[in-house]
Design a protein around this ligand. Sequence first.
Ligand code: ADP
Length: 287
Amino acid sequence: MTRKFSKGPLIDGVKDIIAVASGKGGVGKSTTAVNLAVALANTCQLKVGLLDADIYGPSIPMMMKVSGKPEVSKEMKMVPIENYGVKCMSIGFLVEKDAPIVWRGPMVMSALEKMTRGVDWGNLDILVVDMPPGTGDAQLSISQRLQLSGALIVSTPQDIALIDARRGANMFRKVEVPILGLVENMSCFKCPNCGEQSYIFGHGGARRTADEMDMAFLGEIPLEMEIRRSSDEGSPLVFSEPDSAVSIAYNDVANKVVYRLAELTKERQGVQKFCCENMQALGRPGL
Ligand code: ADP
């Protein structure tokens, strides 16, 4: 696929950048980003970074139990703060904890620039970006400027969230970012006393939406008190209870993401090879 949109330069040393996005706030995007990043680092044994681009509501410092001001390297870049094998950067490190973030477009973009290319990420296989919810200016600019390899959409199963998830998917399609797939969060609740399963936010809608929009369905994460508790404690479930059913579901999502990224790399290389051959046929070797 040829890209019509201008992109910023790649971040040095970072192979793939993926966005975790949702059309709506409160559907579990950050929780998914955190557990995905920890699964990619620990289960898939990759070098992983996590960028909290949710500038208006940064929650990564709490969910990853990372705090303090980042140190500055000799090259005058901020050094990410690491925990659970993941290098983290968040606007939450740079502003006072309870201060409102009332920035407008250009300030948002300059802050994001600092948190991406102004960071000493080292060599990373994957940088996971926790996007701000919605499909406004900030989301569009991030998608265009960060050279995303792909985007993963998180939604709850209810129609009102799925309508916004579709909007999110269409935004990525517009800027030609491949969609890695849809994750259904809070899919079902299993009563801890009697074991009965309740589909509080409905059932099957996310899988149907994924089919209708020609996206991969990456899995279902149940509504569980442990997920909420572990997030609040800053101890991602994938790390603290790696053998639980929920962690297995997150690991499955992580494996599918790695597989899809490998496929996309092959496709990209195929397109490059095809272009090189055509340029050679035209007597203009190389691109
Ligand atoms: P978003 O990033 O979409 O705004 P968050 O990840 O911050 O959403 O999640 C919102 C709240 O829901 C948090 O308190 C989080 O702990 C909780 N939460 C997210 N996913 C689940 C889940 N599957 N089960 C229980 N609680 C969840």
